[in-house]
Design a protein around this ligand. Structure first.
Ligand code: SF4
Length: 252
């Protein structure tokens, strides 16, 4: 069964791309969601005073990480002045500071910071993606935008055949990952009913991906103590165990 799923996954989901680099090239030119295109480009033009000297990315943001990843870290969408500025997921903002410090403590990253595409960051066994690839106003994509963007994550995952566990950062990512799981399972697959409930530490033993839930490392959650470093470390360590990724102190 697993190989049949993989066949479907590969032949249909890649949408004709033969390498992940080709896929990312097309993704970066995507303009399917007019509201998000307008927003990502406006933010990139107007810029925040602190980064007025920088050229913003202002395009859809591809995933990044270990091509042999067994864990998918699945976020909501690029932050307007984070990934939409730097061009790499969770890079250049406070959410990323919190997330990568945790990955580093767990031995899944070679450094605790993520500041730019050329900062030397390497991940072990982890790929970082997001449900929606363009920065949305107020960090709120619509359900329609989530559906429109899902095929990009399906296609990206088709090149990451070892991924077994998705760590979903927030309820929106959890819902999108349930849809992603259905999409990569084949044309007849649907989201399970009743729908598995999101919560911090929630687990859904789905196929082909097991889902683990974590509160999103947004400032709203980390500044208020709703999500602490220990809580995020706990989920990432569970993901590493479930996916059989051994964190390494030697990553460096
Ligand atoms: Fe394209 Fe996704 Fe951006 Fe919509 S959100 S324009 S589908 S990359």
């Amino acid at each position: 069964m697993a190989s049949r799923l993989r066949w479907y996954y590969w032949s249909v989901a890649t949408q004709g791309h033969t390498t992940i680099e080709m896929l990312h090239q097309d993704l970066e030119g995507c303009r399917r969601c007019p509201r998000l295109v307008e927003w990502r480009e406006r933010v990139a033009r107007e810029r925040r005073a602190a980064w007025a000297h920088e050229q913003y990315w202002g395009r859809p943001v591809p995933g990044f990480g270990d091509p042999r990843a067994r864990i998918l870290l699945f976020g909501l969408a690029p932050a307007a002045h984070g990934a939409n500025r730097t061009g790499r997921m969770f890079t250049g903002d406070r959410s990323g500071d919190f997330l990568f410090a945790s990955l580093w403590r767990c031995g899944l990253a070679n450094q605790p910071t993520s500041t730019s595409r050329g900062d030397g960051l390497r991940l072990k066994g982890v790929w970082v993606g997001a449900a929606v690839r363009c920065a949305p106003p107020a960090n709120r994509p619509t359900p329609e935008e989530r559906e429109t963007c899902l095929p990009w994550s399906v296609a990206e995952l088709a090149f990451l055949r070892r991924v077994k566990v998705a760590v979903c950062l927030g309820a929106f990512a959890w819902d999108a990952a349930l849809r992603l799981n259905a999409a990569i399972s084949g044309p007849a697959a649907t989201v399970p009913r009743p729908r598995p409930k999101f919560g911090h530490g929630a687990e859904y033993d789905g196929r082909p991906l097991k889902l683990l839930g974590s509160y999103h490392p947004s400032q709203q959650n980390t500044f208020t103590g709703k999500l602490t470093p220990d809580m995020l470390d706990g989920v990432l360590r569970r993901a590493a165990t479930a996916a059989r990724v051994r964190g390494s102190g030697a990553l460096g």
